[in-house]
Ligand binder design. Structure first.
Ligand code: SF4
Length: 361
């Protein structure tokens, strides 16, 4: 992807333009036309001179583009996109719409190697990492698609707003911190005011808990919000649910999260998928409350989303509220997320449907 202009930060584009003997500011047009206007042909970047456009093409520069293969809409407004990559691989991306927020859940890998027991993506073997361009393009294309839908629907007057994405979460297929460089680069591109200009506090990286990479991210000069998938209050149970737990203990994760919060001055959230009878008892809640008492982290409680081949059962509202009550009484800030996008298998932990029957481990 060395020649893919979509895979470049503004600084990298400036270096390319200067290498071609041109003024640095011209890179701003390339970046803006790709990420704001959504063009996919170098010839369409009309503020550049014809000779410069020709030179870029001669030197094999190009602008990659994902292709929408399928789009499914749930009655609750959730939309799931199936994208085809240039090599024929496929990924899924989910748009969740709330009252004030439109959150896009992006993928970072084709498949995943982490094998979490509650996740459908775990059944899709890891094929490869996505490039920064492929991560960013999920946002670019959904914004464009949502704007087109709005334009076609005269009931929505402000088409710009209709296509707007307020939040991006790196929580789709794959473990973002195992595709570290491309993920960090994609955050820089999405955050750049010359492009999509998504505020850094509106970008969240969700990890299954790669403790050293959390610390590495804390040392960067750009700090998105961080979410760490915890799912158990004890190492033995966590390792059963998430094999990565055998490598990095809960204590490692709490320490890494604290390091990130202090260094990055960004909020850290622990995510906890509630599975009936497995990790959702009052005792589990009490243990979790004790672990996180002084962490100053928030906890996101997520109802388990069933999928074929997984025997786990969702906790149900009553057990979730009981669990939340224990944490709340201990002074821990919590958010409860109930199911969205169920009918189209777009809920948390359900992505990978596109591969069903094709590529099971
Ligand atoms: S929960 Fe995340 S890290 Fe775990 S298997 Fe699913 S996609 Fe991979």
């Amino acid at each position: 992807m060395d020649k893919d202009l979509k895979d470049k930060t503004l600084t990298e584009l400036e270096q390319i333009v200067v290498r071609l003997g041109q003024k640095k500011y011209l890179a701003g047009y390339i970046f803006g036309f790709i990420h704001d206007k959504g063009i996919s042909e170098i010839s369409q970047i009309t503020p550049l001179s014809k000779p410069l456009r020709a030179k870029l093409t001669e030197q094999n520069y190009f602008i990659s583009q994902l292709k929408i293969l399928r789009k499914l809409t749930d009655p609750d407004g959730t939309i799931k996109y199936l994208f085809e990559l240039s090599d024929g691989n496929r990924i899924e991306t989910v748009l969740l719409s709330g009252d004030e927020r439109r959150t896009l859940c992006v993928s970072t890998q084709v498949g995943c190697a982490m094998n979490c027991a509650f996740c459908a993506t775990a059944k899709v073997k890891l094929r490869r990492n996505l490039t920064a361009a492929e991560i960013v393009d999920q946002v670019n294309i959904v914004v464009r698609d949502a704007s087109c839908v709005a334009r076609a629907n005269y009931a929505i007057r402000n088409t710009h707003d209709a296509g707007r994405i307020t939040n991006v979460v790196y929580m789709g297929m794959g473990e973002p911190l195992l595709n570290y460089d491309a993920v960090v680069k994609s955050v820089r591109i999405l955050n750049d005011p010359a492009g999509k200009n998504i505020g850094i506090r509106h970008i969240t990286i969700s990890t299954c808990g790669i403790a050293p990479a959390i610390k590495k991210l804390a040392e960067e000069d750009i700090h998105p919000r961080l979410a760490v998938s915890l799912n158990a209050p004890a190492d033995a149970l966590r390792a059963k649910l998430m094999p990565v737990g055998a490598k990095y203990s809960i204590a490692d994760l709490i320490e890494a999260a604290k390091f990130y919060r202090l260094k990055a001055k960004q909020r850290v959230t622990f995510e906890y998928v509630l599975i009936k009878g497995i990790n959702d008892t009052v005792l589990h809640a009490q243990m979790l409350a004790k672990l996180l008492r002084n962490s100053r982290c928030r906890v996101n409680l997520i109802e388990f989303n069933p999928h074929p081949g997984c025997e786990f059962v969702a906790s149900g509202r009553e057990r979730i509220e009981r669990f939340a009550g224990v944490l709340g009484a201990a002074g821990i800030r919590i958010t409860v997320r109930f199911k969205m996008g169920q009918s189209i298998k777009a809920a948390c932990g359900q992505l990978g449907a596109a591969w069903e029957g094709k590529d099971e481990r």
